[in-house]
Ligand binder design. Structure first.
Ligand code: NAD
Length: 475
């Protein structure tokens, strides 16, 4: 009800930005330069479909070019508009700075409900959109590199890459024009699940520090924690799957477009996903209680809430009723600036979007580097690593026979002998990135008496780095 009083998504990002810069010593000119969105390109193009011409509206926004290329996903949704794309582009600037991915911030969107089109129609529309952006260098390996977001995935990224390469047949780095591609089109192992995996690594890092756990009014580890997830798409599904299968968390609630599922004893994420793939939604899923109104479950008791659907879902109309102790923003902007204040007053700890969902852009960075180096990670060193490990094993076995000690276990030998392939390296790089970025936020959160929350800490770190970059350029 009170929602109409709330600022727009972009204004919400600006409010959070302003809250942080008030604690910094930036010149007003530099502050303004960082805040504003550099440019937004709007395109309207026609595609001949179903016997007529349909016109589509798309955007590509470039928030900051302190580093190039700029990076950010392309979203397909009917709600896409300039304000949203600019807010998301700004978040990309801060996100990349926070996780030290060497990119400026950008974002794109197309006003479309992809579920209303056949695959061949979506291909035609995507190729035309890509053409419009590529001819203005808004898709380009060294200028602007899109990735998947809501409503898009590796299929769309493959079409975009192919379209760019058709237009730039001699560009040897053409595949680096977009990330999130399928493996056989220059993608990288571990990209599809990277954002959900990043959410898991972020929570693991949070639960390594007793002070942080105490701040959220919790105790113990992730094992047994009750988790509610909103949006079982790419990000929400992978986060929920990994947390329940690998960390012992209980997924007690799943909220989707058509209602919500609730079961205090835990819901089988894989089974729900299969049901959704077959039936197009969660309604009718037999092994958990179905609520027509998703807000019943959004506001239910739990330890951790993972909004992983879209922006603005926790707002002034419901923030007071949210019962989670810890919220990890897997989606971009799920909590409005007003709701953020309400939740903070209630003592809820919020792990902010710019950090929580940075796993996607982190692995996108690895994919881009892979495309530019034209070689799969691990290809040169894997067997050499294994050969060196074999030398150690042989020597240990010789010594243990000599000293009459027992043999090495087969499990140790097989694990130690396995050289790291691309997937292991990607996971290691992602884990390292999520831990390092969390620590940089935590240092500010714990180290400054005027910083009360992780979001402000994240903005301080990110803005400080962007400012440093502008200053080094002489701006
Ligand atoms: P997706 O389209 O794969 O999934 C979104 C899911 O949310 C769908 O299952 C959809 O049915 C559901 N949903 C939509 N509206 C809903 C509502 N009102 N209530 C409940 N469920 C709803 O999208 P995604 O790629 O998983 O992205 C989700 C969020 O994560 C977005 O905010 C996006 O910007 C952010 N994000 C995605 C990535 C990525 O790599 N895909 C990276 C960073 C951030």
């Amino acid at each position: 009800m009170a929602r109409h009083k709330e600022p727009s998504f972009r204004e919400s990002v600006d409010i959070m930005f302003n809250r942080a810069v008030a604690l910094m010593d930036l010149s007003p000119g530099l502050e303004e330069k960082i805040r504003v969105c550099n440019a937004t390109y709007t395109v309207r193009f026609g595609v001949r479909l179903r016997g007529g011409i349909q016109t589509f509206t798309g955007y590509r926004s470039v928030h900051s070019e302190h580093m190039e290329p700029v990076k950010g996903g392309i979203r397909y949704a009917t709600s896409v508009n300039q304000d949203e794309v600019e807010a998301l582009a700004a978040l990309m600037t801060y996100k990349c700075a926070l996780v030290e991915a060497p990119f400026g911030g950008s974002k794109g969107g197309l006003c479309i409900d992809p579920r209303e089109y056949e695959e061949h129609e979506l291909e035609q529309i995507t190729r035309r959109f890509a053409y419009e952006l590529a001819k203005r260098d808004l898709i380009h390996p060294s200028q602007n590199v899109p990735a998947p977001d809501m409503g898009t995935g590796e299929r769309e990224m493959a079409w975009i890459a192919d379209q760019y390469m058709r237009m730039n047949t001699t560009d040897i780095n053409g595949r680096a024009c977009v990330t999130g591609k399928p493996i056989n089109q220059g993608g990288i192992q571990g990209r599809t699940e990277a954002t959900g995996r990043g959410v898991q690594y972020a929570l693991r890092e949070f639960f390594r520090d007793k002070t942080d756990i105490d701040k959220a009014g919790m105790s113990g580890k992730l094992d047994g924690k009750r988790v509610i997830v909103q949006g079982l798409g790419n990000v929400g599904y992978h986060a929920a799957k990994f947390l329940s299968e690998e960390d012992g968390a209980l997924i007690t609630g799943i909220i989707e477009r058509d209602g919500a599922l609730h079961d205090e004893s835990g819901i089988n994420v894989e089974a729900v996903r299969e049901w959704m793939n077959k039936h197009g939604g969660i309604a009718g899923y037999p092994d958990a209680r179905h609520h027509e109104d998703g807000s019943d479950v959004l506001e239910a008791e739990c330890d951790i809430l993972i909004p992983a659907a879209m922006e603005g879902v926790i707002n002034l109309s419901n923030a007071k009723r949210i019962k989670a102790k810890l919220i990890i923003e897997a989606a971009n902007g799920p909590i409005t600036a007003g709701a953020d204040e309400v939740l903070q007053k209630k003592g809820v700890v919020i792990i902010p979007d710019m950090y929580a969902n940075a796993g996607g852009v982190t692995v996108s960075y690895f994919e881009w580097v892979k495309n530019l180096s034209h070689i799969r990670f691990g290809r040169m060193q894997r067997r050499s690593e294994e050969a060196r490990a074999q030398l150690i094993i042989d020597e240990l076995e010789r010594l243990s026979v000599e000293k009459g000690m027992g043999a090495l276990s087969e499990r140790f030998k097989s694990e130690y002998l396995r050289g790291a392939g691309e997937l292991e390296l990607v996971r290691s790089g992602l884990d390292d990135t999520m831990r390092t970025a969390y620590q940089s936020m935590r240092d500010v959160w714990h180290g400054r008496s005027d910083v009360a929350d992780l979001r402000t800490a994240a903005y301080l770190v990110a803005i400080g780095r962007v400012a440093g970059s502008y200053r080094a350029k002489g701006l």
